[in-house]
Design a protein. Structure first.
Length: 187
């Protein structure tokens, strides 16, 4: 299980329009199918995006290399740019406990709120959160049933995320390994 982050180069936006966002999600769907990944959650901001996924095989590096390379080439071609559009390949933090995973179930939906993009996580359409709540149809490639098991239904998940809104600096579960708050570049 991995918490993945991909950032735009030099803090620049990596998504300039909805087409960029849809392209990224299409590449994620294709990569997940190709490498048998289970995509559990995602959120796209403007300068970066997050992903929670399970990789049954050791294909994370190959899959992310392929996906990021295709995305960067497409992005540069669409926008008449050259050079690096991504800061690094990706960052990966292993999800080593159920409590860490549970905390991520609110960290990802709250990211756009904490970034000042929306006032409530359900308002952000570039996240899996609304699908997890059943507010929109879940894409076929999104493994959304795990949220239901972790939270006993959408109402519990909604309350859990709302509680996180009252704790703006909380990112990880109390007592979790503090090194998990500093993602390291993936090798």
């Amino acid at each position: 299980m991995h918490h993945i982050a991909v950032n735009g180069n030099n803090g620049q936006p990596m998504f300039l329009d909805p087409t960029d966002r849809r392209t990224c999600l299409a590449l994620l769907a294709d990569t997940a199918e190709r490498y048998a990944w289970e995509v559990w959650a995602y959120t796209q901001l403007n300068t970066h995006w997050h992903l929670i996924l399970h990789t049954p095989e050791k294909t994370l590096t190959h899959g992310m290399r392929r996906m990021n390379s295709l995305y960067a080439r497409n992005f540069n071609a669409r926008h008449g740019r050259t050079g690096h559009s991504l800061r690094h390949r990706f960052m990966s933090v292993p999800v080593e406990s159920g409590e860490h995973l549970r905390e991520l179930t609110r960290y990802l939906p709250l990211n756009p709120v904490r970034a000042g993009l929306v006032s409530h996580p359900e308002a952000w359409i570039w996240s899996s959160y609304r699908a997890e709540l059943g507010s929109v149809i879940s894409p076929a490639w999104l493994h959304s049933s795990w949220w239901q098991k972790a939270h006993a239904g959408p109402d519990h998940l909604r309350r859990w995320v709302a509680k996180g809104m009252a704790e703006p600096d909380a990112q990880w579960a109390p007592g979790s390994d503090p090194t998990l708050t500093r993602p390291r570049p993936a090798g």
